[in-house]
Design a protein around this ligand. Structure first.
Ligand SMILES: NC(=O)c1ccc[n+]([C@@H]2O[C@H](COP(=O)([O-])OP(=O)(O)OC[C@H]3O[C@@H](n4cnc5c(N)ncnc54)[C@H](OP(=O)(O)O)[C@@H]3O)[C@@H](O)[C@H]2O)c1
Length: 329
């Protein structure tokens, strides 16, 4: 089978499409013949060699797939060969065959195209869990999302109306990305880097503080988040896009004074410690897709050879929305 393999830390020059032996499912696992795989920033962080994102080289990227069950490992009884499924993989998803834990493999309802389903195991599930589980969003609240025009940012915008709706504010790294976020459902989007950002965002929220901030920017925007937070508000830290060493967290008086809740979120951590939470979120987003009430814009890449250039776009902050790749056998 063909698979994308990253041979050492760096850029696209170390990403290669190679012929490999297909993986076999171990006990409690399934092998999936992959039709579409999602691209995610975590693969870019691994490619850069960010600490904690790749254990060793070569690295096999890809953490969400859609396809059909090819083989069952020992003890797997609730899935059948040939069933259309999505799966959250621990890695190796950017390949013609991927192995996943059966408990993280979910059947795809009729009528949901596999290219759309491929965005559920990591992308849509993360956006849903950020809002609900970590963010405790309540209908009518205001939400601020950094990197609003990206894959997660777009998914948050699409999901929010299904959770009761609220005022949605975003930031983007480049002004030209604001339009895409606005099209996907943000009420106001501002570029980071200017002096007046806090004032602009507060004004865009009617002069009020923000109830929930979803922040994948390490600690670089944390001061801004705390300045903007409404009393009792929540900040969910869920990434470190620049890969820079995070600064120490703000001193206790700052958190106390802001009546702030600071929460961490890791999809990967949940795969290990609470896989049922991820599987539940995947089912819920698949159900919304099956009901036809959730549309998720995406860019479909024609094959694995196109993935390194798309990873370049993500790494440079020039990507927009969600990308999936078709496995072009
Ligand atoms: N904790 C979790 O479980 C989890 C799960 C999924 C995703 N995430 C995180 O969520 C974020 C979005 O993920 P995604 O897959 O949807 O990717 P994405 O938003 O489509 O692309 C990543 C975005 O990060 C920003 N960025 C890239 N390089 C940067 C840099 N050096 N410094 C600052 N910002 C930079 C850019 O947006 P702007 O320039 O417009 O801000 C870029 O478009 C990522 O940081 C990812 O690691 C975390």
């Amino acid at each position: 089978m063909r698979a994308l393999v990253m041979t050492e830390a760096g850029g696209a020059e170390h990403s290669h499409v190679l012929d490999l032996e297909p993986p076999r499912p171990g006990p409690g696992q399934v092998a999936v013949e992959v039709a579409y795989a999602g691209l995610n920033f975590v693969d870019v962080m691994a490619r850069r060699g960010d600490g904690g994102y790749t254990a060793d080289w070569p690295h096999h990227p890809g953490k969400e797939v859609a396809g059909t069950v090819l083989a069952l490992g020992e003890g797997v009884t609730h899935l059948a060969v040939g069933t259309r499924v999505v799966a959250a993989t621990r890695g190796g998803g950017l390949a013609e065959v991927a192995v996943a834990d059966a408990e993280l493999t979910v059947p795809v309802p009729d009528g949901v195209p596999l290219e759309v389903a491929a965005t559920t195991p990591l992308g849509l599930a993360t956006a849903l869990l950020l809002l609900t589980d970590a963010g405790r969003f309540a209908p009518g609240e205001s939400v601020l999302v950094h990197s609003a025009s990206g894959g997660i940012g777009t998914a948050v915008a699409r999901l929010l109306p299904h959770l009761g709706g609220g005022r949605l504010l975003g930031t983007v790294g480049r002004p030209e990305k604001a339009g895409a976020a606005l099209r996907h459902g943000y009420h106001a989007v501002h570029a980071r880097g200017g002096d007046g950002l806090a004032a602009e965002l507060r004004a865009a929220n009617g002069g009020r503080g923000v109830d929930l901030v979803l922040d994948p920017l390490g600690t670089t925007a944390l001061d801004l988040d705390l300045d903007l937070l409404a009393p009792g508000g929540r900040i969910v830290l869920f990434g470190n896009a620049s890969g820079a060493e995070p600064a120490p967290l703000p001193p206790l008086p700052r958190l106390l004074g802001a009546n702030a809740t600071l929460t961490g979120f890791s999809h990967n951590g949940l795969l290990t410690h609470a896989p049922a939470k991820v599987a539940g979120a995947v089912r819920r987003t698949l159900d919304l897709l099956a009901a036809g009430s959730l549309d998720t814009p995406l860019t479909v890449l024609p094959g694995l050879a196109a993935v390194p250039a798309a990873h370049d776009l993500l790494a440079a902050g020039r990507a927009e929305g969600k990308y999936v790749v078709a496995l072009d056998r």
